[in-house]
Design a protein around this ligand. Sequence first.
Ligand code: CS2
Length: 483
Amino acid sequence: MTTEQANAGQTPSAASSGALPQLNRTLHTAPKPPVRIVHLGLGAFHRSHQAWYTSQAGDAADWGIAAFTGRRPDAAVALAGQDGLFTVVERADSGDSFAVVGSIVEAVDGADVTRLAELVAAPSTAMVTLTVTEAAYRLGADGQLDTKAPDVEADLALLASGSGNPTTPLGRLVFALAARRTAGAGPIAVVCCDNLANNGTVARNAVAGLAAAWDADLAAWVEANVSFVSTSVDRITPRTTEADIAAVEAACGYRDNSPVVAEPFTSWVLSGEFPAGRPRWEDAGAVFVDHIEPFENRKLWLLNGAHSLLAYSGQLRGHTTVADALADAECRKAVEGFWDEAEVNLSGAAAGASSGGADLQIPAYRDALLARFSNARIAHHLAQIAMDGSTKLRMRAVPVLLAERAQGRSGVAAARMIAAWIDFSAAAETFHDPLAAEVAEANKLEGTQRVRALLALVDPALAADDAVVELVAGQLGTFAAGS
Ligand code: CS2
């Protein structure tokens, strides 16, 4: 095992001296496994989840990760300075525990596509894992790659000219897969770990779309050699703060510039083929299934759906964290109402074949979520969750709204989530979204026209339905502060 419990509190003299040693592989003698996994999107979630699972596998000594940054090249600098090691602070209601994870053996600036291509082209590399955010796949409302998105267009031009380096995560991945093809290094798995329904297919569509627009032979090679694995990932991981860094120093007696704080709960459900092998993640509790859709929907609708609802309603009502928002009776009632709508469509007759016969244990799952969200020691900021809402709502609110309406019910709780996003988009001081400019334009309109224009950015089909526009419009302003 490459993860060991750090000896919390055993080096008080170093901790109090102010001259703490830096965490690295000399201080902490973790073995350094060979790179067999390449990861795109070196953020806190990758480290608390996939890197942690890999470090816990029985064959961890065989599986090292080379992780490339997405939007934050400084994340690679911090981690490289400590030989890829970092501390996972498991933050329970009752207190913290600390463990050093050693599965990341190389941390690289994502702009270094030469190194990326070299590693993906190595026959020893078995997979590329992805946490690049929902919005990065650049799929349009039809589920296909939006080749007209400016950054996709720019990457395609760069790839076609054979000069310059792609800048989007998927553009970089396709560039690296082309190198693997040239090297004759054989089949590989792409494992999508972003919060998207059917995320393996989403990754396939994005990669296949880019490859086809660049080079038909490469597209055929991808089709024959790349397995796209779908996964449902779960572990609440707020952004690391200076206070977290100080907590690690005080407890562990070393300096870690890149610790990660996470809740004790963790889950990973996977479905798909690994033609070049994989770590024994099941040793750490990962589950491999034939039909992943029910598990994906349970997580995306119940956990992520509630998160988005709390993010918008909670901020409209003056709250900062998930725990604060859930403690507000109005927000809590909205969450329970949305869960009731989601639950009918996840289990029982209404879910039909899509539940795949899986026992989803929804009541227990809901209870567990309430406990997880109420962990006030995890300061999970609503502002972080609120980002990229136009993309997230497509996975979190729209399917429940559609399922409810297909059965002759209104779907009012799901509609209220969208209305809260609309209210928030007009009220927020900072509004992060890939469609922020379009949202700002739409917000200049008034009344039904405005609602329709904003709804169209989430799902054009919904915007074309007068009854849905009216339903959403009727829910505007229902989270007024103090109500
Ligand atoms: C959150 C997720 O930021 C968000 O949109 O809903 O990051 C959530 O915390 C994770 O999916 C939990 O596994």
